[in-house]
Write a protein that binds this ligand. Structure first.
Ligand code: ITT
Length: 196
């Protein structure tokens, strides 16, 4: 039986994904590799390029089923910033920097987007998930990671950072792309992949 691996350097992302995977009865394994991403305007191009690059630098991955996931926060009044630059912006100006930029903005709308590139049977398939919400004016909550304390999903009372992992997994962009990926593994594909 072939395993499915999630390649990420981010523990939080792996934990969120592992819980979703368990719910779909398709356990996943973690490969912790820190890889450099290309700079591009959309997450789809970045995820695809990262997946190809990983196969190039680690040819043994060709014999595995694995996926990577690229995510970002897109703020409407900042023309989609930080978007594909989310990791760099989080490391540099962080949540406080985003809150500062948002002070003068009336429109607080934003969304998180997640793109999975899944390498399976020699092909790369993309899965996308998006969650709409707003950027609040002060950080709230200490759970989760990254921009979770400043993001309030639409129609919800709690920020992602105030939610347990299980609750975030009901609303997040990541659970949407993951569920699409897992449900796309139909009974037939499952048979083919797992050789059952
Ligand atoms: P990889 O090793 O999987 O690339 P990463 O932490 O670099 O892990 P991404 O490039 O997908 O992850 O995400 C870029 C940044 O966007 C990430 O560092 C966070 O600051 C932010 N981010 C992504 N998903 C998030 C989420 O669910 N909640 C809060 N912030 C998130």
């Amino acid at each position: 039986m072939k395993e499915i691996y999630f390649i990420t350097h981010n523990t939080h992302k792996f934990k969120e994904a592992a819980e979703i995977a368990k719910g779909h009865k398709i356990p996943i394994k973690w490969i912790d590799i820190e890889y450099e991403e290309i700079q591009a305007d959309d997450l789809e191009d970045i995820a695809l390029a990262s997946c190809k690059k990983l196969i190039e630098i680690k040819p043994e991955l060709k014999n595995k089923h694995f996926f990577i996931e690229d995510a970002g926060l897109f703020i409407e009044s900042l023309n989609g910033f930080p978007g594909p630059y989310s990791a760099y912006i989080f490391q540099t100006i962080g949540n406080e920097g985003i809150l500062d930029l948002m002070k003068s903005k009336e429109n607080k709308a934003a969304y998180f987007k997640s793109v999975i590139a899944f390498f399976v049977n020699g092909n790369i398939k993309l899965f996308v998930g998006k969650t709409e919400g707003t950027i609040i004016t002060e950080k709230r909550g200490a759970k989760g990671f990254g921009f979770d304390p400043i993001f309030l999903p639409a129609d919800e009372a709690l920020t992602f950072a105030e939610m347990s992992l299980t609750t975030k997994n009901l609303y997040s962009h990541r659970q949407k792309s993951l569920r699409e990926m897992f449900t796309s593994l139909t009974a037939f594909e499952n048979k083919k992949i797992f050789g059952e």
